[in-house]
Design a protein around this ligand. Structure first.
Ligand code: MG
Length: 162
């Protein structure tokens, strides 16, 4: 049985993951209407992944006998200045999510819930990859500078994400 306090904390994270999914979906639509089809594909996959995180967290709480509710999700931005602007936002957001997940582990720890700590460590590790991936794309876009051909190549590369 999961504690009331941890159940609420994970439910808040479910909501945060759904917000992330919406943010990345909005970014996917932004790229689509600006003809960056590869970036749009990458961002849609990223959105799907966040929704999957929400489901994994929700399933876990329910498996532990807890209750998960679906609440209102705050609106997300829909406009950005450039691909660099978008990916810098992704990197900043993933760093924020890492902090949220760390705080969640702290709650599980204060509740002395070992199974939840073990489960949540997987998300802690995943955030290392999320930050590194976003940072890597930011770096590539910066390397491209004003070279549009390099941006189009990167767009094609990210379009290959399954
Ligand atoms: Mg996530």
């Amino acid at each position: 049985m999961i504690s009331e306090k941890l159940q609420k904390a994970i439910n808040d994270q479910v909501k945060a993951e759904m917000w992330s999914a919406n943010l990345y979906l909005a970014m996917s639509f932004y790229f689509k209407r600006n003809s960056y089809d590869g970036f749009a594909n990458w961002m849609k996959k990223q959105s799907d992944e966040e929704m999957d995180h929400a489901m994994q967290l929700a399933d876990y709480v329910m498996k532990r006998g807890g209750v998960i509710t679906v609440d209102a999700i705050d609106a997300v931005d829909n406009e950005w200045k450039s691909p660099l602007d978008v990916f810098e936002r992704v990197y900043a957001h993933e760093c924020h999510v890492s902090q949220l997940i760390d705080a969640l582990v702290d709650v599980a720890s204060s509740e002395r819930d070992k199974a939840s700590q073990d489960f949540l460590w997987g998300f802690v590790r995943e955030q290392v990859e999320e930050e590194a991936t976003a940072q890597g794309i930011v770096d590539k876009i910066k390397n491209a500078g004003e070279a549009q051909a390099a941006i189009f190549m990167l767009d094609a590369q990210l379009g290959a994400r399954k």
